[in-house]
Design a binder for this molecule. Structure first.
Ligand code: UDP
Ligand code: MG
Length: 324
């Protein structure tokens, strides 16, 4: 039981938390190394997602002090999911097992042992699941719950209350690398891989310092990406709705002909304008949803790279000072 573990941490403007995060993670990792749970080649891999502050300088500094710290620098900000994937794909070739977590120490670092335990017991994927959402605002809590429920009704298999705190074995990562989609929603994609998986519960803390990089606008975009990259049900709902309205309009047509034949030609202005608005609204909405999918297809067909790494700081034992 001496596998190489990599911790992958995406960082965007995290200068306020990075030192503390590095300190706590090193403590954890070195204890695990001393107890011979993981190999001494294990590392902490920071992914700098085009930060505008000193995040990359801090990562370089940490790497120079201690080669347990590794870093990759993305060429620009690509968003949390892409940054995470960049880290996972880099770690895949160097580690036996990888755990991803946020830079802000919201995820309880102490359950890393439990993750690794489950891995040694044979799980290829271990999901960290929040036991409560007390530290979240009421708004974030309710919207998150509504989103999970919606995803479930749309037929997307997602682990409830699981963010991106998870362990993946090399084998699981190899399989993930075969998913070539550009619109990333990892927490919906990972369950599609299969393999044996398990769950570890943990308490989510307050952000240690700095502020959330997920304002409402980003959160909504993320949710929409999640829905449209994993489910085509909305298109079906619209087709169903269109069919229903078509049948209804046939009945209405029949009704108006009968009414006319019997000479009761009362022209209903209200019903007329109402139906114009209603049909117009539904049409616009439907076009929007279909457009969303076409937009996704457009992005997927271009096959643009999901991330570009401009710098790598990783010291691997057998590749002395592997600086690229
Ligand atoms: N993050 C990133 N790129 C971005 C936005 C966020 O790499 O464009 C990172 C961020 O540094 C953090 C993680 O993603 O490590 C989660 O972000 P945050 O903690 O702000 O989200 P929240 O916990 O508020 O949902
Ligand atoms: Mg956070």
């Amino acid at each position: 039981m001496n596998d190489t573990l990599y911790l992958v941490i995406p960082c965007y403007n995290e200068e306020a938390v990075l030192h503390e995060t590095a300190k706590r993670l090193t403590k954890k990792i070195t204890t695990m190394m001393e107890n011979e749970i993981i190999s001494t080649d294990s590392k902490i891999l920071f992914v700098n997602d085009g930060s505008k502050d000193k995040t990359w300088n801090i990562i370089e500094e940490l790497h120079n002090q201690n080669n347990i710290f590794s870093g990759i620098n993305l060429s620009r900000n690509r968003g949390h999911q892409n940054a995470l994937l960049a880290g996972l794909m880099t770690a895949k070739d160097l580690a036996d097992v990888v755990i991803s977590l946020d830079a802000d120490l919201q995820d309880d670092v102490d359950v890393i042992d439990k993750f690794v335990e489950k891995y040694y017991e044979g799980s290829d994927i271990v999901y960290g699941v929040r036991s409560s959402r007390q530290t979240d605002t009421f708004f974030k809590r309710t919207t998150a719950l509504a989103f999970y429920k919606l995803m479930n009704t749309l037929g997307v298999d997602m682990v409830y209350n699981h963010a991106d705190y998870r362990l993946m074995s090399k084998q699981a990562l190899e399989s993930l690398s075969q998913f070539k989609e550009v619109n990333l929603f990892l927490r919906g994609m990972v369950p599609l891989i299969g393999y044996k998986h398990s769950i570890v519960e943990y308490e989510r803390h307050e952000r240690f310092a700095g502020e959330s990089k997920y304002p409402l606008k980003k959160m909504l975009a993320f949710a929409l990406d999640g829905i449209t990259s994993l489910s085509i049900k909305p298109i079906r709902i619209i087709t169903g709705l269109g069919f229903f309205i078509f049948v209804f309009s046939l009945i209405a047509l029949l009704y108006s002909i009968i009414v006319k034949l019997f000479g009761e030609t009362v022209t209903g202005w209200t019903s007329l304008t109402l139906s114009i608005w209603m049909i117009g609204g539904i049409q616009l909405l439907s076009l929007g949803v279909i457009g969303e999918y076409i937009g996704k297809m457009y992005n997927e067909t271009k096959r643009r790279p999901r991330f570009i790494i401009s710098e790598k700081l990783i010291d691997v034992m057998h590749l002395q000072n592997n600086r690229i």
